[in-house]
Design a protein around this ligand. Structure first.
Ligand code: SF4
Ligand code: SF4
Length: 56
């Protein structure tokens, strides 16, 4: 399963640059992960200050 970003996201943008497959983009009030593109590497979870990205 792809990673998902929870509502804890503060839209800091840190995860977007870390994603090796560019699966993360800015959504409405928070960042979102394209489930079809995510390869479940966990890099986004590693850089997020509020631990918003999690395995679905
Ligand atoms: Fe990108 Fe990896 Fe996060 Fe998936 S788990 S969104 S591939 S950084
Ligand atoms: Fe949201 Fe965390 Fe990504 Fe920042 S690093 S945009 S808080 S999910």
């Amino acid at each position: 399963m792809a990673y998902q970003i929870s509502d804890e996201c503060i839209a800091c943008g840190a995860c977007e640059a870390e994603c090796p497959v560019n699966a993360i983009s800015e959504g409405d009030g928070k960042y979102v992960i394209d489930a079809d593109t995510c390869i479940e590497c966990g890099a986004c979870a590693g850089v997020c200050p509020v631990s918003a990205p999690h395995e679905a």
